[in-house]
Ligand binder design. Sequence first.
Ligand code: F6P
Length: 345
Amino acid sequence: MKPQFENKVKRIGVLTSGGDAPGMNAAVRAVVRTAMYRGIECVGIRRGYSGLINGDVMRMDASSVAHIINRGGTILYTARSEEFRTKEGRAMAYRTCKLLGLDGLVCIGGDGTFSGALALSNEYPISVVGIPATIDNDIGCSHYSIGYDTAANTAIEAIDKLRDTMQSHERCSVIEVMGHHAGNLALYVGIATGATAVLVPEEPWDFEEHVAEKIRNARLAGRTHFMVVVAEGATQKVSSDHGGENVGGAGDQVAKLISSELGLDPRVTVLGHVQRGGSPTARDRVTATRMGYKAVNVLAEGGTNRIIVHEGGKVYDVDMVEGLQMQNSLNPDEQAVLTAMTQSY
Ligand code: F6P
């Protein structure tokens, strides 16, 4: 028999905001179904905070979230709203909440999404809970963000295929992966694909130290193909001897130097937005479902300004202000492992 719940909220909204991530749909589904389980009404807000401002909403029930646990993207659509950054925009957003009788919001996205939620709840009487979802996995307070595992596996599959052709032609492949500010994905994927070198935004690269030496050592050890993984936001150290002309993206810049300094004929592949799509992996579906469930329970029990986090196999909530202050950093164990794997000749 279903237990009786005492809920502090009666009707909540759910939205997805910022860059989409595989597993967002699974999180939306879990929010809706947990709300139904507890006897809380749930409204879907389309296009993130823009939808909240414009009253772009849909009623959510079991049928609106049927057959979406396996789908990439977000059925609620997503957007980045400049208007919501203004007081006027947030006033309009709150008007929608009032009109709809919403007393809680589940905001699924990244840091920007949570900052927006916090600004709204600081100004108006509405409870907010954030769920981390970004393929960058760069939310400082959570070890894991929904979408990361799927994106990593998509990149790994592509890089494995590239390796086949690079090996056949004895070539060098430069693969640009997503990550403007965070190198988590590049580092993780680099380890998983046995990359020759990995470049991340957190550490400006020096061509000799971070690329050339590694390729030369691999060559001396008899390797005839090389895989260099570059995060799109990786930048060259200013003091580098090999001043690369800033052409194209990060991958192009590295490839140009590999060609001019090492005499190789590299091929550049930019994986781009393909990494954001696709059916979520088991890890993303289950984590999203656990986080969605937790988010509704937190709101129902009177929580506000909370971020749901994942750490050490546990899902729990932390204070949003404190959570937002925590800086993302690369996993030191992964960095150490990569160093050993790329210098073991
Ligand atoms: O989702 C995160 C992210 O993929 C970053 O790695 C990337 O730089 C950015 O979003 C690009 O997003 P968009 O093309 O939607 O602006």
